[in-house]
Design a binder for this molecule. Structure first.
Ligand code: BG6
Length: 491
């Protein structure tokens, strides 16, 4: 019988902008997320701004959506869910205590860049920001919970985003390296595991979401942004190893699994190309240190000409990651035929797979896809792996003060079983952090009602509620899972 390795890192994951709140406290500068409104399945999230003295808003989540010259701004008549989120900033002790009660071995969290460098270009870091995370790390240490820190999780300082049009300038690399070097020096001895960029390949996914509307310029911007981020990541890995040889630095990729919709050879080939674009393009650069041969095909499709220097190529080669981490939620189909209904959801597109069930937000449940991805990725890179996001976003009901969430338990159980099968196949899987271990603001829709947590937080889509924390049924279930090292998966 295959078992999870003895020191398997069980835990949960969050991101600063989705849990912390305190958006203007402790000397923090504004992040792009601070000027992003709430949306829903029907309505996108908007960035609010002023341009030539006029107020405006544009759908999007990244500074790249802002029109040239626009300044992101907070408007009094708009609601910004990330301003308070679930107020981890003031509740972190209580929350970490609950994580410890579940038996967490690891907690994946991110740092808000604008808490450390409020506009991103100051010479000296903001001491209050550094102190906040130091206190969080110390609190985790108290319970022997290992922090796994994402350095950049969809959260650039607004000032940088505007000035450099969301990574359209090489100067962003130096800004990022200054920021990470500060973290690596500051938290030596408190943190061991680091991830450079959350879902770095999402830039490609966002390009894909544009469908036929993609212009050569859009593609140029997306691939150039990625290149600068690859170099920034590689230089971060090198800096980390120089500062502390024990640091383990990983890439973080959105685990994008697609299947050919039919046996039509064209679907098979298209699906292979989809894997290359969505999974291997970033994985190869970050794990192997060079662009794969198929990169030229991707660039040529949109006449992309990248600014790549010899020094960049050297940095990429010398800054390959120590581990591969990824998020995994659902899978998609690649086909030019009609095989299922048209899917609809946040970050979801294409036809539905008739063999799978779909959540209220249009995401399929596919544990086999997780096993498949683990096997493919381990075979390709031979690096230790962690699944650092996985979970079901669902509407929870509070009944007599209790939250019964068997759907979440079912989802997680199936995915844990899938991981077990991959381990049996020889995959060197080291950890599992479920997404949104405490309810948080959805990145895609800005809603609170899309809940992932083991811990319910009393707050709604308008930010109304007491913020009281209540363990759900899944809390007690996950506690047993961890205590039995993944053996006891029953309710
Ligand atoms: C991942 C992100 O893409 O998916 C998270 O890293 C995000 O930040 C998660 O929250 C789930 O997506 P959503 O839209 O349900 O919040």
């Amino acid at each position: 019988m295959t078992k999870f390795p003895k020191n398997f890192l069980w835990g949960g994951a969050t991101a600063a902008n989705q849990v912390e709140g305190g958006y203007n406290e402790g000397g923090k500068g504004l992040s792009v997320t601070d000027v992003t409104t709430a949306g829903s399945l029907e309505e996108p999230r908007y960035l609010t701004y002023t341009l030539n003295g006029k107020k405006g808003k544009v759908a999007g989540m990244f500074a790249s959506s802002l029109p040239d010259g626009a300044k992101g701004e907070i408007f009094e008549d708009e609601y910004y869910p990330n301003h308070t989120a679930v107020d981890f900033y003031h509740h972190y002790k209580e929350d970490i205590k609950l994580f410890a009660e579940m038996g967490f071995k690891v907690y994946r969290m991110s740092i808000a860049w604008s808490r450390i460098f409020p506009n991103g270009e100051e010479e000296e870091p903001n001491q209050e920001g550094l102190e906040f995370y130091r206190n969080v790390f110390k609190e985790l240490k108290k319970y022997n919970i290992e922090p796994l820190v994402t350095i950049s999780h969809y959260e650039d300082p607004l000032y940088l985003g505007q000035k450099y049009h969301d990574w359209q300038d090489r100067k962003m690399i130096d800004n990022y390296v200054k920021y990470v070097t500060t973290l690596f020096k500051e938290y030596k001895g408190l943190v061991k595991y680091w991830l450079t960029f959350n879902e770095i390949n999402s830039t490609i996914a966002f390009l894909e979401f544009m469908g036929d509307k993609i212009t050569d310029e859009d593609a140029q911007r997306a691939y150039q942004k990625l290149h600068y981020q690859f170099v920034a990541s590689a230089r971060a890995v090198k800096a980390a190893h120089e500062i502390d040889p024990d640091y383990v630095v990983g890439c973080m990729i959105a685990g994008s699994v697609s299947y050919p919709g039919t046996p039509d050879p064209k679907d098979i080939l298209e699906n292979r190309h989809s894997w290359e674009k969505n999974a291997f393009y970033c994985g190869d650069v970050q794990c192997k240190g060079e662009y794969p041969t198929f990169a030229k095909r991707l660039w040529d499709e949109y006449n992309v000409k990248l600014d790549i220097t010899d020094q960049d190529r050297k940095d990429l080669k010398e800054g390959t990651v120590d581990m591969y981490t990824f998020s995994y939620y659902s899978t998609s189909l690649v086909t030019s035929h009609k095989v299922g209904d048209e899917g609809k959801g946040n970050f979801a597109m294409g036809q539905k797979n008739p063999y799978l069930n779909y959540s209220e937000w249009g995401w399929s449940t596919d544990p086999t896809g997780l096993q498949y991805y683990l096997e493919v990725i381990y075979d390709r890179y031979h690096l230790p792996i962690m699944v650092v996001e996985n979970g079901l976003g669902a509407i929870d009901k509070v009944e007599d003060g209790k939250i019964h969430d068997p759907y979440r338990i079912d989802y997680l159980r199936q995915h844990i079983q899938a991981m077990k099968k991959a381990i049996k196949d020889g995959v060197d899987l080291r950890g599992y952090t479920t997404w949104g271990c405490i309810d948080l603001v959805s990145a895609g829709t800005g809603q609170m009602s899309k809940r992932y947590g083991f811990i319910y937080v009393d707050s709604d889509d308008k930010g109304e509620g007491s913020l009281k924390r209540t363990p759900k049924d899944s809390f007690y279930w996950y506690k047993k899972v961890i205590a039995s090292n993944g053996e006891d998966l029953e309710n």
